[in-house]
Design a protein around this ligand. Sequence first.
Ligand SMILES: [Ca+2]
Length: 215
Amino acid sequence: MKKAQLKTALLTSVVVAAALGMSSIASASILTNGSFENPGVSGYEFLTPEELLGWKSTGDVEFWNRDIGAQPNGPAPADGSQYLELNSRDGGPYSIFQSFDSVIGTIYEVSFAYSARANTNPAEEFSFYFGDVNGSGDTFNIANGNTNDWTNPTYNFMATSETSKIAFTAIVPSTGTVGNFLDNVIVIDAPEPGTLALLGLGLAGLGAARRRQKS
Ligand SMILES: [Ca+2]
């Protein structure tokens, strides 16, 4: 390999490594236990707020594990082997939420999977909140009529506080033990267009360098 080729190859490696590094940082969720995999349960189990990892809740929630003792009334997990049923015990309305450190002015991408519970009234509904811990954020009411399959919405939000919060709260049903499955809740720093554009320019520059060497 000629010296110039070696230099280009090394430079390419650096840029590719940087790109891979960026993508792994960008894809790491800020949330803890967003897929409801911990603690592992057998079949389905009610968990008290004290038993939850990462999340807080206004009351007991229910974790389902579909690898152990598969249940007939829910879909396969959207991610991993467990998911959450928001309505779990009499009482309610049920809310599960998590706070995380955020940078004011930064855009965060939030995605999750939801499904209505099969074999019940499919007209389920829950609210999704993103904002500061005091509640002055955005709330979306989501009709949840898709049974035995997942719907995967994605939202972008700008943080207005150094501590942000997401929350899911049951609306229909607001009481009772059945309804509103959630899984694979992910919060990431949304990739900034400027960073991607710079990376693109870098790769284009490498291509130009290669073309110059060949000529
Ligand atoms: Ca999961």
